[in-house]
Design a protein around this ligand. Structure first.
Ligand SMILES: Nc1ccn([C@@H]2O[C@H](COP(=O)(O)O)[C@@H](O)[C@H]2O)c(=O)n1
Length: 310
């Protein structure tokens, strides 16, 4: 039976929000009703009005696997074919000093911001001194142990199939990120990346990093500068945002006239200390959940309502 548009809208609003994955023990929500309302509104608008914006390190990649930390894109560069022992030691010392600050629940983003600039700048400076060869990056990725979250194929493939743009917005290293996605066979045409890209000379040797530095707590600037101008994202006012840091919540700030925003936060580390702030800030919080089950369930629901496609 076909219903007129007004009746169809009402029916959609009455439909139960059936996302079984939201019942997982890893899921925390401060306002379940608001989440359900947003989901129904996004389902009603359909895939044609949707864009997905996601962080990369520890959001699309796993935090840990078999009891070991999974490397970030910066840490993938810690491979002897790219950098020497001295550089490894210095980068690790910087990580040990600055990472606890990055995730410290007692400091504000504003307090952390200058320290993050310091960390990224020091590491990029060290890397530039290493004569890193572009041709070696693929091998470093292959041998790094990096791994995307379980269920990543469903996530990437469904978005590609529905032609929903996926913007990966990362403070990591763009060249490495792209290689990880390529080697995972999910670098589909709907995937766009904003990140820190390496600048190589004519011999393929790293000489600098391109453009404005992106770190964990300045993604708003990147969103306004880059994401706001991406033609593929225009006319898609509904956003599913995935991140693992409170700084990631600004990744959608470049969206012109947003209608509905649903935020999912992976809480990987310092769980008890950060739980309260994550539940306050993200619509859905996933505690120590190494899978894409919830994003996939949410995506399935939003895109299965027959909302009008573009
Ligand atoms: N030298 C560094 C600098 C940063 N990191 C981590 O990378 C993450 C940034 O990438 P996103 O895709 O999450 O934006 C960030 O969370 C840092 O912990 C690093 O490992 N080494």
């Amino acid at each position: 039976m076909t219903y007129p548009i007004a009746v169809r809208s009402a029916l959609v609003m009455w439909t139960k929000t059936n996302v079984p994955e939201l019942s997982k023990v890893s899921v925390l929500m401060k306002q379940r009703t608001k989440v359900e309302e947003t989901l129904r509104a996004m389902q009603h608008a359909g895939a044609g009005n949707l864009q997905v914006i996601s962080d990369f390190d520890m959001t699309l990649t796993r935090f840990a696997h078999c009891g070991k930390r999974v490397p970030t894109t910066h840490n993938i560069l810690d491979h002897r074919i790219l950098i020497d022992e001295d550089c490894t030691q210095k980068m690790r010392a910087l990580l040990n000093f600055y990472y606890p600050i990055e995730i410290d629940a007692s400091q504000t983003s504003e307090q952390k911001l200058p320290l993050m600039v310091e960390w990224w700048t020091k590491v990029h400076h060290l890397l530039i001194q290493q004569n890193i060869q572009r041709d070696m990056l693929a091998q470093a990725v292959r041998e790094s142990g990096v791994i995307l979250r379980d269920g990543y194929e469903v996530f990437f493939d469904r978005l590609a199939e529905l032609q929903v743009p996926l913007l990966i917005f990362s403070a990591g290293v763009g060249d490495i990120l792209e290689e990880v996605v390529r080697q995972s066979r999910v670098f589909h045409p709907n995937v766009h990346v904003i990140s820190n890209y390496m600048d190589f000379d004519d011999h393929g040797v790293l000489r600098a990093f391109k453009g404005h530095l992106i770190h964990t707590f300045n993604k708003r600037e990147g969103a306004l500068l880059h994401a706001a101008n991406l033609p593929e994202l225009q006319g898609r006012p509904n956003v599913l945002l995935l991140g693992d840091s409170l700084g990631d919540l600004t990744m959608a700030d470049g969206v012109a006239q947003p209608h509905h925003l649903l935020t999912v936060g992976f809480l990987n580390d310092q769980v008890e200390e950060r739980k309260e702030s994550y539940v306050e800030a993200f619509d859905i919080v996933l505690v120590k959940d190494e899978t894409m089950e919830v994003p996939n369930g949410v995506l399935k629901f939003i895109t299965s309502g027959g909302g009008h496609a573009k």
